[in-house]
Design a protein around this ligand. Structure first.
Ligand SMILES: *Cc1c(COP(=O)(O)O)cnc(C)c1O
Length: 422
C-alpha cells in the first residue's frame, strides 16, 4: 500500500510544495500561476496502478483533466496510456510519445477527420457512442483499408449522485448507447466488415464520491457481457471509465483508489478481460493549486469582497459546477481567534457576477498583497481556462523536491491576437 504524503504543507508558517517555498516561486513567476507536485502526481498514479495489480489492466490517464505535456510525459513514464476525447488530445498524446496501443478515444461527436486521424495512428480503440458513428467509422476504415478496433460505450442508466453537468450515465444523457439497445448495437457491429469489436466501455460521470453507482453500473455491464457471450460475441477489453472523486472539503471523504479497486475487483476478476481505467481527477486533482494575489479588500454595506488577480477564466469550476475549493493563505495566519476571522466573497477581476472562487467563506483577515492558494485545482483547472476578458493564460509550474520548472509560460498580449486580422 502506497501512502500518499502531504505535498502542500506549512513549515514555519510558510506554505511549501514539496521542498519549494511557494513565495519564492511567486518572486520568479508572478501570480496567478498553477503549481503542481511531481511526487503527488506519481504517487496518485502508482496507488491506482497498485490497487489493480492482481488483474491485467491498463490505466489510460484522462487528458482532459490536465493535458500539459510535462504532466502527460511524467505519467507516460510511469506507464500510463491516454484517454482522449478529441483530435487535439490525440496530437498531444502522440507528441508526448504515448504508445498508440495505449490510447482510447471517447466522445459523442467525433468528426470524420478525427476518426481518420485515430485510425491512421493505430490507436488501441475508438469508444464508439452511437450507431451512426459506428457506420461512419466502418466507412472510413474501408477507405483506409484498415480494420477499426472499437469498443461500444454503453450507457447503463445509473445515477452517480454528482453534479448534473458531470453526470453522464443516465438514460437522458447524450453519452453512450442505451443499454437496452446494446445487444442490437453489438450485432450490428459484428456485421460491419471493417469493424473489429474489441470491447465494452462505460463512464458514468465525474467527481463521484460513492462506490455504489460504479458497482451498480458494472453489474449491469457484466450481465450484458454474459448475454453477448451467449450470442457468440466475445470481447477482450472492459473499459470502466474514470470518475472517481476527490475530497474537496476537509470533512468530505472520497474513496481512495484502493477502496475503489477493492469494491470492483470481485465483479471483474472472473471475466479474464483486460481492464482499462480512465482516471483523470483522481490522479491530478489534489496535485495542483492555483496561487493568486489579493489586489483589494472592498467593503460594501452588505459584504466584504476579497478581490484577487485570478479569475473565472483561470478556474471556472466554482461558477460552472458550484464547486467548493479550499482556499488558504500561503502564510499561515492565526485562525483560532474568531475575531480575526471574517466572512468574505473571494472574487476575480472579470466583468461577470459569476466570477468568484468562494462565497460567504470564513477566512482569517487578509490584506492587499497577500498570496492565497486555491487547493485541489490540478484537474479541470488550467485545461478549462480561457482568454475571456482578453486575459493571457497563466503560467504552470512543476515542483520536484527542492526544484521547480515552468512547464507552460505565461501568455503575453501578443498571444491574445495570434491568428486574428485587423
Ligand atoms: C472525463 C472523462 C474521464 C475522466 O473523468 P475523471 O472524473 O476526471 O476521472 C474518463 N473517461 C471519459 C470517457 C471521460 O469523458
Amino acid at each position: 500500500m502506497i501512502t500518499v504524503m502531504k505535498s502542500f504543507d506549512y513549515r514555519d508558517n510558510e506554505l511549501y510544495c514539496e521542498d519549494v517555498k511557494i513565495e519564492d516561486v511567486d518572486r520568479k513567476v508572478g501570480t496567478p500561476f498553477y503549481l503542481y507536485s511531481q511526487k503527488r502526481i506519481a504517487n496518485n498514479y502508482r496507488a491506482f496502478d497498485e490497487a489493480f495489480k492482481e488483474i491485467d489492466h491498463l490505466i489510460c490517464y484522462s487528458y482532459k483533466a490536465n493535458s500539459n505535456l510535462s504532466i502527460c510525459k511524467l505519467l507516460k513514464e510511469q506507464g500510463a496510456g491516454a484517454d482522449i476525447v478529441s483530435g487535439g488530445e490525440l496530437y498531444k498524446a502522440l507528441k508526448v510519445g504515448v504508445d498508440p496501443k495505449k490510447i482510447v478515444f471517447s466522445g459523442v461527436g467525433k468528426t470524420q477527420e478525427e476518426i481518420e486521424y485515430a485510425l491512421k495512428s493505430d490507436i488501441l480503440m475508438l469508444n464508439v457512442e452511437s450507431i451512426p458513428e459506428l457506420e461512419l467509422t466502418n466507412k472510413i476504415a474501408g477507405k483506409l483499408k484498415k480494420k477499426a478496433s472499437v469498443a461500444l460505450r454503453i450507457n447503463p442508466d445509473i445515477d452517480p449522485n454528482t453534479h448534473p453537468h458531470i453526470s453522464t450515465g443516465l438514460a437522458k444523457s447524450k453519452f453512450g448507447i442505451d443499454i437496452s439497445g446494446a445487444k442490437e448495437a453489438y450485432k450490428k457491429a459484428e456485421e460491419l466488415k471493417n469493424i473489429e469489436t474489441m470491447g465494452i466501455h462505460m463512464h458514468i460521470g465525474s467527481q463521484i464520491t460513492e462506490l455504489e453507482p460504479f458497482v451498480d453500473s458494472l453489474e449491469k455491464i457484466v450481465e450484458l457481457i454474459k448475454e453477448l457471450e451467449k450470442e457468440g460475441i466475445k470481447l477482450r477489453y472492459l473499459d470502466i471509465g474514470g470518475g472517481l472523486g476527490i475530497s474537496y472539503k476537509k470533512d468530505e471523504k472520497a474513496p481512495t483508489s484502493g477502496e475503489f479497486a477493492k469494491k470492483l475487483l470481485p465483479l471483474i476478476k472472473r471475466l479474464k478481460y483486460r481492464i482499462i481505467l480512465e482516471p483523470g481527477r483522481a490522479i491530478i486533482g489534489d496535485a495542483g493549486i492555483l496561487v493568486t494575489k489579493v489586489l483589494y479588500i472592498k467593503k460594501t454595506k452588505e459584504k466584504t469582497f476579497v478581490i484577487v488577480d485570478a479569475a473565472m477564466n483561470n478556474l471556472i469550476r466554482p461558477t460552472l459546477y458550484n464547486a467548493y475549493h479550499e482556499i488558504i493563505s500561503i502564510k499561515k495566519l492565526r485562525t483560532t481567534n474568531s475575531e480575526l476571522r471574517t466572512t468574505v466573497d473571494i472574487v476575480g477581476p472579470v466583468c461577470e457576477s459569476g466570477d468568484y472562487f468562494a462565497k460567504n467563506r470564513e477566512l482569517p483577515e487578509v490584506k492587499s498583497g497577500d498570496l492565497l492558494a486555491i487547493l485541489d485545482a490540478g484537474a479541470y483547472g488550467f485545461s478549462m481556462s480561457s482568454n475571456y476578458n482578453a486575459r493571457p493564460k497563466v503560467a504552470e509550474v512543476l515542483v520536484k523536491k527542492d526544484r521547480y520548472r515552468i512547464i507552460r509560460k505565461r501568455e503575453d498580449y501578443s498571444d491574445l491576437i495570434r491568428g486574428e486580422e485587423i
